[in-house]
Design a protein around this ligand. Sequence first.
Ligand SMILES: Cc1cc2nc3c(=O)[nH]c(=O)nc-3n(C[C@H](O)[C@H](O)[C@H](O)COP(=O)(O)OP(=O)(O)OC[C@H]3O[C@@H](n4cnc5c(N)ncnc54)[C@H](O)[C@@H]3O)c2cc1C
Length: 423
Amino acid sequence: MPEVVVIGGGVTGIQASLDLANHGITVHLIERQPSIGGHMSQLDKTFPTNDCSMCILSPKMVDVIRHPGIRVYSCSEVERVEGEEGDFSVTIRKNPRYIREDLCNGCGDCIQVCPVEVYNEFDAGVGTRKAIYKPNPQSIPDIVIKDPVHCVECGLCYDACLLDAVKKKEEPVLIEVHASSIIVATGYSVFDPGRKKQLRYLEYPDVITTLEFERLINASGPTGGQIRRLSDGKKPKSVVFVQCVGSRDMSIDRPWCSCVCCMASIKNAILLLEKSPETDVTICYMDIRSYGKGYEEFRERAEAAGVKFLRGIPGEVSGDRGAMSLIVENSETGEVKDLKPELIVLAVGIGPSLQADEISEKLGISREASGFFKSLHDAMDIVKTNRPGIYIAGTAVAPKDIPDCVAVAGAAAMHSFIGLMRD
Ligand SMILES: Cc1cc2nc3c(=O)[nH]c(=O)nc-3n(C[C@H](O)[C@H](O)[C@H](O)COP(=O)(O)OP(=O)(O)OC[C@H]3O[C@@H](n4cnc5c(N)ncnc54)[C@H](O)[C@@H]3O)c2cc1C
């Protein structure tokens, strides 16, 4: 039976795995995090249809875990790759979860008794989780993980688990699999706006990122979908989205457009006005890039809903943390405005995933100067790499929206499949 390794379990890796497994190929899906889903599982709705993100992703995640042809390795990374197209040997390092995966049924009794509450990465820092936890309510695999850094070893979870699934100690395990080809779908990381000190991110609590906004407006997020200021819990009367934070910015060596930020802010502005029509919502932009199917109509819908579009990017957040000021010149009229938003949302750009350099080295595949993986040809061979049998897909190649990720995932699966047919 032919086998393929897929690295990264975001929407791209999920789609590629399903496409292959549905054609009788055995897939080894390697995901670094405790759950598959990637960034899409953190989003509230998706443009331009405003579908609930998890409502369209979750059935695919369930299909993956239930598929007899897909083996999911969560909390796992690639240790090394040897061999060549048609005969790769991939060593997977499965990091400790401190849970017996074969015993845990995801009941959550251990979470209830855990006394420790810490920062929740999944809620982009605006919510908390326990030291033993599920990354999100729809995690796949649907089991818990224990975080050894914050666990105080109080012992309550051991007593609460009637299945004896919680472990005190666990070592990483190396697993070797063989594959004819490999698909790299390791996705993206969002820009850290702390690099632009003038934007006061993490200095002023009411300067947040679009990813944090996604969690705030999500009904299953930390505020139950209510937009609240982190400083005082109050509903903001005015919100300004600032575009191109970490995109198209030569001063920080990030000249590329992140493709999704314009539409993501427009989406969030519409959702905000649906929830609180009285809020004053402005988007400060350089250009609005509404290039996809239905995207320009989506922008028009936002305008009709009352979203203000101001062409100009503010240089800094000034004022003080209780009375923020954004001075911006409208480049269409020359008028200088001093906006006084009660909440500022930074539309953070998309960059290469944090371990792209490591993956590139271990797999022997090239990267662009930007850090994204390099296609054999940017127009005609986007999923092939310099190494035959290793393909790239989704935002691991360049910033992309979900429809493009799904399409390119299918292309990578097809190329992989064609390679297998040749073997
Ligand atoms: C704020 C915001 C809002 C957005 N809204 C929309 C929207 O409404 N509509 C839309 O179409 N697009 C939207 N996008 C874009 C969308 O998030 C992406 O197009 C899509 O999620 C990319 O999927 P992916 O699988 O390529 O990458 P990711 O979602 O990043 O998945 C990559 C996966 O690979 C794993 N991984 C990384 N490195 C390794 C490794 N070394 N080993 C194993 N696993 C690894 C990661 O943990 C992750 O699970 C938005 C983006 C942002 C930032």
